[in-house]
Design a binder for this molecule. Structure first.
Ligand SMILES: NC(=O)c1ccc[n+]([C@@H]2O[C@H](COP(=O)([O-])OP(=O)(O)OC[C@H]3O[C@@H](n4cnc5c(N)ncnc54)[C@H](OP(=O)(O)O)[C@@H]3O)[C@@H](O)[C@H]2O)c1
Length: 435
């Protein structure tokens, strides 16, 4: 069993010297006094690994051993804890994590893709070889969401966990609303500022948020991460009209990751999607690149944690907190439960509760269109809470509808019936209301 600091010092190997790796080195140096006081001993980085041994990274690496091979770093006798901040579900980062766990060592990682997609394998290695795995930094950067759930809320029954889990998407949606700009325009700015990657699909298609949700959901409900079961929809198709009309209807449009027990069945329903959040819900006011995690649990009721979900300092804060936990001998069950059940997420909206929905229709602007749309809704028994029509471009109009709570099956039938109307210019866009 991997042990903590005991007496003496804990020797750390850092695999990856990018944003997070350099942040961890800086933090261990800059807050050394506080960290030693809290652990009762020294945390010492002994060796590092990166691709380029010679690059100036703005930190002093002169006394540290350098390994070109991250798995060799993991195997070194003078490394008790491997910090893996390379990334990826396979390749150098994953190989180093597996090597350290096979050697029964402790691993601290920020690699959400690896934990979300290969969590079961990692858990098996920890169980077999007696190592330890910590991954606070993998979810919502500096927000202590994993510790909050696993430790602070350990006595609770979780009813739902939801969050703004991708800062890039929240930044884009916030800018679109505040500056009345189109999605592509704001995305280009986010890329220029370095908030979004040159290939932004991981962020804007919801994959990054889904990685974090899979981990959060596993910890909240006691499973291994079930990334494949997440219903996934990103923000590519969100229009400025959607965002402006959301405000008109007293909502804010947010990309949320949500996990809650399936209605009428076992397992957990997990989804990432742009949804409408009522303006009086605290998560609606989480703006820019901030993240937030909201937990509803019994008996604590509702808790929201808000903070920086990425960046050198916030992510290093989470990595070093995990190292400190290991140094103190704190090693809670991996996904929060001592006997994790297999998560059985349901794809395609199975097990969804009845929801209110917001619809955007683009139609030919001619008399009788509202009547045609209303007839479809009434034929399927879907009642309307509010409806608004605006001119789109002279010959076409937008119709925005808020419908009362109804099952997903009815919403699907309405969507396909509306799509079949001759007045419909494009497929209707539908957003759930996260009440
Ligand atoms: N950045 C954030 O704000 C943030 C937040 C939460 C979680 N994370 C996670 O943290 C991890 C690291 O992110 P990052 O932003 O720090 O990435 P990064 O800036 O791209 O750094 C990656 C590092 O890995 C090294 N590396 C790549 N391939 C390697 C190999 N084959 N062998 C050894 N080293 C190799 C690179 O070496 P060279 O420098 O020599 O090229 C680089 O130092 C990822 O899993 C990411 O998802 C990041």
């Amino acid at each position: 069993m991997a042990k903590g600091l005991g007496s003496g010092e804990l020797r750390i190997g850092i695999a990856g010297l990018g944003t997070v790796g350099v942040g961890v080195l800086r933090l261990l140096t800059e807050n050394q006094v506080e960290i030693s006081a809290r652990t009762g001993g020294a945390l010492r980085v002994t060796a590092v690994s990166a691709r380029d041994a010679t690059r100036d990274r703005g930190v002093d690496l002169s006394v540290l051993a350098f390994e070109a091979d991250a798995a060799a770093l993991a195997a070194r006798d003078d490394v008790d804890v491997l910090v893996e901040v390379i990334g990826g579900t396979s390749g150098a980062g994953a190989d180093a994590v597996m090597a350290a766990l096979r050697a029964g060592k402790a691993v601290v990682t920020a690699n959400k893709a690896l934990v979300a997609e290969r969590g079961a394998e990692l858990a098996a290695l920890v169980a077999e070889h007696g190592g330890a795995l910590y991954f606070e930094a993998a979810v919502a950067g500096g927000i202590p969401a994993i510790k909050g759930l696993r430790e602070g809320l350990a006595a609770n029954r979780v009813k739902s966990v939801a969050g703004i889990l991708n800062g890039t998407c929240n930044f884009i949606l916030t800018k679109m609303r505040a500056e009345r700009r189109a999605f592509d325009d704001v995305l280009a700015e986010a890329q220029a500022l370095g908030y979004a990657e040159a290939d932004p699909s991981f962020d804007i298609d919801g994959v990054d948020a889904a990685h974090k949700l899979a981990i959060l959901s596993a910890v909240a409900f006691g499973g291994v991460p079930d990334f494949g079961a997440i219903d996934l929809r990103g923000i590519r198709d969100v229009t400025l009209e959607d965002i402006e009309m959301a405000a008109e209807f007293d909502f804010s449009l947010k990309l949320l990751g949500v996990a809650k027990p399936r209605v009428g069945g076992p397992g957990v329903r997990q989804y990432v999607a742009p949804v409408m959040v009522p303006l009086d819900n605290p998560i609606a006011s989480v703006e820019d690149s901030f993240n937030a995690v909201v937990v509803q649990a019994d008996p604590v009721d509702e808790i929201m944690m808000r903070g920086r979900g990425a960046g050198e300092g916030p992510t290093a804060s989470a990595v070093v907190a995990d190292i400190i936990d290991f140094a103190r001998g704190i090693n809670p069950p991996l996904f929060g439960h001592s006997t994790p059940v297999a998560a059985s997420g349901a794809a395609s909206g199975e097990g969804a509760a009845e929801e209110r929905r917001f619809w955007r229709l683009l139609v030919d602007d001619r008399p009788g269109v509202i009547a045609e749309v209303s007839q479809v809704l009434s034929e399927q028994g879907l009642s309307v809470e509010k409806i608004l029509q605006t001119d789109a471009d002279g010959s076409r109009a937008h119709i925005f509808i808020l419908t009362h709570a109804a099952p997903r099956s009815i919403a699907d039938k309405v969507a396909s019936a509306l799509d079949g109307l001759s007045c419909m210019v494009e497929q209707p866009a539908v957003y759930s209301i996260e009440d």
